[in-house]
Structure formats: structure tokens, C-alpha cells
Design a protein. Structure first.
Length: 150
């Protein structure tokens, strides 16, 4: 990662050890890393009642694939992605489809268009807190419009 305005410089030390575990050589390098605010934030308990039939591995696979909050926290779940997730999780594609259905029903995912879903920003956030808050506001407004037009 190259240096950006918000990145932090981190000193890394690498060691070379022999077969007996003795340190033979070491050297230092510097790496620039993103600030902690860029990490995924979890806002719900992992044991959230609505997610009881969804494996944690499946949830993590979705979070890993979702875009950052400034891009809408979207995750592509087309046929190819479902197959890749099934292989990664170790289950059938049918199970992946069933678990996606549960995630939509409990409000964890919102379908945006065919094969594209949005992760609820009140459950997880990926990006800066400001971007997550902006997405939450938009998400709430869209839900209010949907509920008002029903």
C-alpha cells in the first residue's frame, strides 16, 4: 500500500531462523497501512435471532465480498458468486440460496436488483464511520419511503 493522507507508517521486522530456531538474520522495513477506521464494524450480536439458520462462515463470506459503505455496501450474489460461496463454505448452492433468502427475510440483506444485494448498515459497516452514517441515513430514508408507499 502506498502512502495516503490517512495511512499510518508501520515498522516491520523480518527474521531468518535456522532449523534449530536460532535467529540468523533480521531486517526492518516500513509499510503504510490504512487507519483502523477502514475495518469492518459489527453492530449486531453474532447470535442475532434472525440469523440462527445461517452459518457464521456464510455471513463472513458475504461481508468479505461486500463493497465499502461509500459504494453502498453491495454484494454480488449471482449464480457464479453463489457457486464460489458454496465451495468456500463447504455446502451446496441450494443451501447458499436458502441462506440468502433467510438473510433477506430477517433484514440483513436488501435486494437491490437481480443478483445484487445491500448489507444492512445497521448490522455491519465497512469503511469510515462517516460513510457508514451517511449510508444508514439513506437506508432509513429508503425504508421509510417503501413503508409509506405500501
Amino acid at each position: 500500500m502506498s502512502k495516503t493522507g490517512n495511512s499510518k507508517r508501520l515498522k516491520m521486522r523480518t527474521y531468518t531462523v535456522d532449523e534449530n530456531g536460532e535467529v540468523r538474520d533480521s531486517y526492518e522495513t516500513y509499510q503504510y497501512v490504512a487507519p483502523i477506521d477502514q475495518y469492518v464494524k459489527q453492530f449486531i450480536s453474532p447470535g442475532y435471532a434472525g440469523l440462527k439458520d445461517v452459518s457464521m462462515t456464510m455471513g463472513y463470506e458475504l461481508i468479505r465480498r461486500m463493497s465499502f459503505a461509500d459504494k453502498g455496501q453491495l454484494v454480488e450474489l449471482n449464480a457464479i458468486a453463489r457457486k464460489e460461496i458454496a465451495e468456500a463454505v463447504g455446502c451446496s448452492e441450494r443451501t447458499v440460496s436458502y441462506q440468502i433468502k433467510i438473510l433477506v427475510e430477517c433484514g440483513f440483506l436488501r435486494k437491490r436488483q437481480r443478483g445484487i444485494y445491500q448489507v444492512n448498515p445497521f448490522a455491519y459497516g465497512k469503511g469510515t464511520q462517516a460513510d457508514i452514517e451517511a449510508l444508514r441515513k439513506k437506508y432509513t430514508e429508503e425504508q421509510s419511503e417503501k413503508d409509506g408507499s405500501s
